[in-house]
Design a protein around this ligand. Structure first.
Ligand code: MOS
Length: 731
């Protein structure tokens, strides 16, 4: 039954990806394609007083320039702009009116026969603004921050317990704005099929989400709009909500009644979502034996003037560790910026960074090994909701991670370990994320040659969804994986929400239910004269090696082909919606332990992350290769978060200064050294029947903290505001 599940199966789409066969949203062709280019604002707040498109329109081959004054009709209600990942507030509407809400806001769309001409003509659009005063600095708005989501219930009296604690730590941590920077640029190709029918290729993590949104915004009939996203070149959350490229491309198509292609520039992608800059205050109070007495965690994150984007950074703090007293508060501060959006492990990558650095600082104050402190505060239950976990093998993560890393050889004193001119630091942290699942449907079509097509409207954002769908289907149907053809990323396929939150593996795997296929095949096999499967029930048989076989007696078999031929059917088709029971009696989480080694040049302050071990407990791992790649990629991102990534805003102009991947630093090959991923066994029959928890996001949580803690251990310098750059080491 399990030839593929649990193995390191290579990506079924790998060949298409490395040979250029995989097509991305900005690569689709159409006859008479029109190219679009966006003009964006250069002020952060105010109005467009006048917009002069005459010079752009005068350029040969420019067909039109759309602005708020002449664009096609768009809906006027907020509800029409609804999407699955909508925060509270009033969604942004591209080219809707003359209001400027953030710098780099799209305000005009140039349409031309050539993409280069469209881009050139976009530079000729002249805008006069009525600018208003703007605010883009989070630090100036802390006092005005407000609570959106009710915080988790406090326990005991945290302030009192903190004041009375024998050992205390208080710290303020800062995570700057970070941008997703996927390799693939945001793009949409809208094919005009005539009669108002549109085929939309969009860079998105949710094709049905975009379909509903586009239909809402433009009042289109869903039967006339098909959205596809067969491949996604990275998104990490930036493609969860529909982004403005799809609105503008559809506007162009409706205006010209032609097919339109719009590829945003890298700089324009800094006008989409991002991880919000967040200030985190953590206090920890403990007894001298390392028992936590009090945890308080307050976060202030930025949002836009028009939406309340909120991901609670603080509730992880008492979910993870035992403490009789705890209090939390996550607040938002409004700025003249676009709304932030989810970025890999939203709320956890940031909140757990602060918590896990604070835990390290507490361990130092207690003169206790950081792993030992975490073991003394270990919790077998989610204390926020007072329920046990469906499974929690975090202790095994600590043990196996520490063993693989060689943690026992760590000398506790900072600056005590050296390698030539380098100071060596070893740090660790815990990671935690949710094990989510969403209602998801899939269809199986089995043909008598033993091949099957498995389809679902989910996307594969690079995580390996094509591959795990093929693995699950091959095992369930008992055929080789080469016989499985996976179709996804198409709004016409069975229903799926956006791919995000690390929920898709668990969700779609349970929708690929071959039970109905097996039942139908058995029925056909039993109609054969003198059937060898006579009298058996569906649960008495399995599908394997292209056969229907009795579980108890493997010689009682009928081939799929014979059963279908005798039954006179050439295809068996079943669609199933996997829904998941509400379970308030358990917490569902994944966990990890991260161990990091840094080497810091003592004179120059240059930091290298030379080794990382990430030991993960995430239930059953369907594909150890793609899952390990997920964790490895997350660790690389954690290195970026710790040392490199920072979106810099010139607050005088409210404009991002480093809106390019030369000056927005991400780890490059030379920054990435030895990364070891360990999956610990975590059987879990409670979380869902297959015991799957998901691995997309857990890999980044805690990584930046482990590195920051290692930098402290190497240098004796505690840097709490990310990224840890050379200047901060010496400040
Ligand atoms: Mo993920 S941040 O839900 O794409």
């Amino acid at each position: 039954m399990t030839s593929y599940i649990g193995t390191s199966t290579s990506r079924v789409d790998g060949c298409a990806k490395v040979t250029g066969g995989a097509q991305y949203a900005g690569e689709f062709e159409a006859p008479n394609l029109v190219y679009a280019s966006v003009v964006t604002s250069t002020i952060a707040r105010g109005r467009i007083a006048r917009i002069d498109t005459s010079r752009a329109l005068a350029v040969e081959s420019v067909m039109d320039v759309l602005t708020h004054e002449n664009r096609p009709k768009m809906a006027s209600t907020d509800e029409a702009y609804n999407d699955e990942c909508l925060p509270g507030g009033s969604p942004f509407r591209p080219l809707y009116d003359d209001k400027i809400k953030f710098n780099n806001q799209p305000i005009a769309l140039v349409l031309a026969e050539e993409s280069e001409i469209a881009r050139f003509a976009a530079t000729l659009v002249h805008i006069d603004y009525d600018a208003e005063e703007h605010t883009t600095d989070l630090h100036t708005q802390i006092e005005k921050a407000y609570v959106v989501d009710k915080p988790d219930k406090p326990r005991g009296n945290a302030a009192k317990a903190y004041a009375a604690a024998a050992v205390r730590h208080e710290g303020e941590y800062f995570i700057p704005i970070e941008h997703h920077n996927p390799m693939e640029l945001f793009a949409a190709t809208v094919i005009w099929n005539g009669d108002g029918k549109l085929t939309v290729f969009d860079k998105t993590q949710g094709v049905q989400n975009v379909q509903r949104y586009v239909c809402g915004v433009f009042g289109l009939n869903p039967d006339n709009v098909r959205v596809l996203s067969p491949f996604v070149g990275g998104a990490f959350g930036s493609g969860l909500r529909p982004q403005y490229e799809v609105v503008l491309a559809v506007q162009g198509a409706l205006q010209l009644q032609r097919s339109i292609q719009l590829v945003l520039t890298r700089a324009q992608m800094y006008g989409l979502g991002y991880r919000p800059a967040t200030i985190e205050r953590v206090t920890l109070g403990a007894s001298t034996d390392g028992t936590l007495q009090a945890i308080t965690h307050e976060a202030v994150a930025m949002t836009s003037q028009y939406e309340d984007y909120s991901r609670n950074d603080t509730s992880w703090s008492a979910l993870l560790y035992k403490s009789a007293n705890a209090k939390y508060e996550h607040k938002l501060a409004r700025l003249d910026v676009p709304t932030p959006c989810d970025m890999r492990a939203p709320g956890a990558a940031t909140g757990v960074y602060a918590l896990e650095c604070a835990m390290d600082e507490l361990a130092v104050a207690l003169k206790l090994d950081p792993v030992e402190l975490r073991l003394r505060c270990y919790s077998d239950s989610d204390q926020n909701n007072d329920v046990p976990f469906t499974s929690k093998q975090l202790k095994a993560c600590y043990r196996k991670g520490a063993e693989a890393f060689g943690w026992a050889r760590r000398i506790p004193e900072p600056r005590s370990m050296r390698d030539g001119i380098d100071l060596v630091g070893w740090g660790m942290a815990t990671g935690i994320w949710e094990a989510l699942q969403m209602p998801t449907a899939a269809r199986i079509v089995l043909t008598s040659n033993g091949h099957a097509e498995v389809s679902c409207a989910t996307t594969d954002i690079g995580t390996g969804t094509y591959t795990i769908m093929a693995q699950v289907a091959a095992d369930m149907l008992g055929v080789p994986i080469e016989n499985i053809n996976v179709k996804l990323g198409d709004s016409s396929l069975p229903n799926s929400q956006v791919e995000g939150g690390s929920w898709m593996a668990a969700s779609v795997a349970h929708a690929i239910a071959a039970d109905e296929v097996r039942t139908e095949l058995l029925g056909l096999a039993q109609k054969m004269p003198g059937s060898r499967l006579a009298g058996l029930q569906p649960d008495d048989v399995v599908l394997s090696d292209g056969m229907i076989s009795a579980k108890q007696n493997k010689s009682r078999t009928v081939s799929l082909a014979d059963a279908m031929r005798h039954g006179g059917v050439d295809r068996i088709e079943h669609e199933k919606l996997a829904e998941f029971k509400e379970d308030n009696k358990h917490a569902r989480n994944t966990h990890s332990a991260i161990f990091a080694e840094v080497k810091v040049d003592e004179q120059l302050g240059i930091i290298r992350v030379t080794r990382v071990v990430n030991a993960v407990a995430a239930g059953r791992i369907i594909n150890t290769k793609t899952a390990a790649s997920q964790i490895m990629g997350s660790v690389v991102w954690g290195i970026g978060m710790a040392l490199h990534e920072e979106t810099l805003v010139d607050h005088n102009f409210g404009r991002i200064m480093n809106a390019n991947i030369a000056e927005y630093h991400v780890p490059v090959n030379a920054d990435v050294h030895d990364i070891k991923v360990i999956f610990v066994d975590e059987p879990d029959s409670t979380v869902n029947p297959l015991g799957i928890k998901g691995v997309g996001e857990i890999g980044i949580v805690g990584v930046a903290a482990a590195i920051a803690n290692a930098v402290y251990h190497a240098t004796g310098k505690r840097v709490r505001d990310l990224p840890i750059t050379i200047d901060k080491i010496f400040r």
